[in-house]
Design a protein around this ligand. Structure first.
Ligand SMILES: [Zn+2]
Length: 160
């Protein structure tokens, strides 16, 4: 089921918390997740309990890059990385395809367990060995976007 609802970017935060279980928003679309998958609230609650995942933060250089490029451009990069490095049934160098530095999205991928197909299977209940669906790609991008926006907010609050 893919109901498409148009939302403005500005309403993103308001809406994402209003949505109850088994859906998330990406690029103004509401994505309905299969029953066995967690919504973003539950996922992020679980991620904060992982000492490995919570080690990842954006450094000043990454935040500067993020703000300089803007979210729209960074999300285009996200779609590109996910499409090329995660979406194929058998991605190249799977397990080692996501660097630990060089782009804020790479850091976000490690922080959210969207780094390789094994982590996607373990944390996001997306099975290995088959190409990702369009909905799954949108969901992964939504997860990464959510983490990047959180990091950006934290950095803004630190400044003021
Ligand atoms: Zn991984």
């Amino acid at each position: 089921m893919t109901d498409i609802v148009i939302l403005s970017r500005r309403s993103y935060y308001r809406k994402i918390y209003m949505l109850c279980n088994n859906s998330c928003i990406y690029d103004k679309k509401i994505i309905h997740l299969p029953k066995h998958m967690r919504d973003l609230d539950n996922l992020f609650a679980a991620l904060t309990k992982s000492s490995f995942r919570t080690k990842f933060h954006l450094q000043k250089k990454d935040l500067d890059y993020l703000h300089q490029k803007g979210f729209n451009t960074i999300l285009e990069h996200t779609e590109d990385f996910v499409g090329k490095r995660l979406a194929p049934a058998y991605p190249d160098k799977d397990g080692k395809q996501t660097p630990y530095k060089g782009h804020p999205v790479f850091i976000a991928q490690h922080a959210t367990a969207c780094c390789c197909r094994s982590c996607l299977e373990k944390w996001h209940q997306i099975t290995k060995g088959r190409a990702l669906t369009e909905n799954e790609i949108a969901y992964i991008c939504a997860v990464i976007e959510h983490w990047l926006r959180q990091q950006s907010e934290v950095a803004k609050n630190r400044k003021t």
